[in-house]
Design a binder for this molecule. Sequence first.
Ligand code: SF4
Ligand code: SF4
Length: 496
Amino acid sequence: MDIRAQVSMVFHLDKCIGCHTCSIACKNIWTDRPGAEYMWWNNVETKPGTGFPHRWEDQERYKGGWKLTGSKSLQLKSQSKLSGLLKLFYNPNQPGLEDYYEPWTYEYENLFDAPEGDDQPTARPVSQITGEEMKIEAGPNWDDDLSGSPLYAANDVNYDGLTPEERQQLFEIQRVAFMYLPRICNHCANPSCVASCPSGALYKRGEDGIVLINQDVCRGWRACVSACPYKKIYYNWVTGKSEKCILCYPRLETGQAPACFHSCVGRIRYLGVLLYDADRIETAMKTADPLLVEAQRDVICDPNDENVIASARANGISDEFLEAARKSPVYKYVVKWKLALPLHIEYRTMPMLFYVPPLLPVMGKDGDQPYDHADQTMFSSLDKARLSIKYMARLFSAGNEAVVTAALRKLMAVRYYKRMQDVGDVDDDNVRRIMREAGTTPEEAEEIYSLTAIPTVHKRYVLPPLQREEAISSLCDVQDCKGSCGYIKQAGAGRA
Ligand code: SF4
Ligand code: SF4
């Protein structure tokens, strides 16, 4: 057993309103600089849609993540030892500017400085790369809310496994549905970006699992840009180095949630510690696609298990960190309730950001009315879902529909349970039956409701003590200092 600690995340997609506040918060802090204009360390996509960069999920083209070879070993899709060397000088498997977009600004000064004339002055768009006037033809959320559009939604890579009839159904106007998918770096436990770097500039921080790029060591080869299947590494064309989401570690180290979490209007984001057994990652990530979600859950360890605690301590994980792991909202959503699922686990990077799949686009077309949720037919409505379970399974469970269905059933059961209590228009016996079939209990439903609907900020973000507190606790014991250099009552390391 080799227990490591990871600051992990859950995004609850039913709560995302697609406001992009998270993206703007991140941009203002981290990427509002020359060379970084086109970067969105946090972006929000509409699904079905092609995303940012365009069709990033098309691994035939981009060759991101890991593949299982015939001899059952994991190998980077983007390179072998030999091709890695050759690709230093020519690497076609990368997004170009046309796949992102040409960043622009506006000639704002023209609004003030234009000579007097008959027309209202305008602020024309100008390229932030060439400085020339330009026509805007793409942007980071260009396909926002365009579900059903033949140009964008129809080109979603996740439709590939659907039959022509299933695809056609998704474009019937009365069935059109969409959801938002906010994305940041997953701070993966088996990161292909780290494995691909010829300079050794990428690393996973020992204390909290945050994946970072050492800017002094990066030589701008961009192997990581190809190897990250989520396209969450960007090349800064001014500094000549690659950059990525740093999970706002300077904020974490001072007890604050990352900026995108802090600013999230829908309060969809949860942050907490997971403990995992690094010895089991490779075996788990070699599992066949349909079993990958369960294999990843098995790598995550119970923070109350005595053996896990002993092994964690032997690895230098502090008691304060272990306490944070026991209170982790992420552990509850991912392992205890099995509601939060990894995005595209078939890339085998073992992402440590998990999503609660949204119920609303799935429900809502059962009878003649758009939102006819009869409790007797509740689970059958999943088969007639507006966004098919097959599509959701392509996103969140490597095609295993049972995993997504189980999560959605439990979410539905919680809703009916609360409706029974608060509105009273659903039959008690039916609701109890629904809860049994979904594998949940009234106690668990209350817990899920509480953490989903009415959590305080300290329940959503259970931050472990990092650096500052650890430095304090590594100083001499206060009792030992007593009488020598003055006694100051010092609070122990830890956070509320
Ligand atoms: S999501 Fe982040 S950690 Fe995972 S491969 Fe991409 S850049 Fe690396
Ligand atoms: S701020 Fe929150 S609610 Fe708004 S788009 Fe981002 S994740 Fe969704």
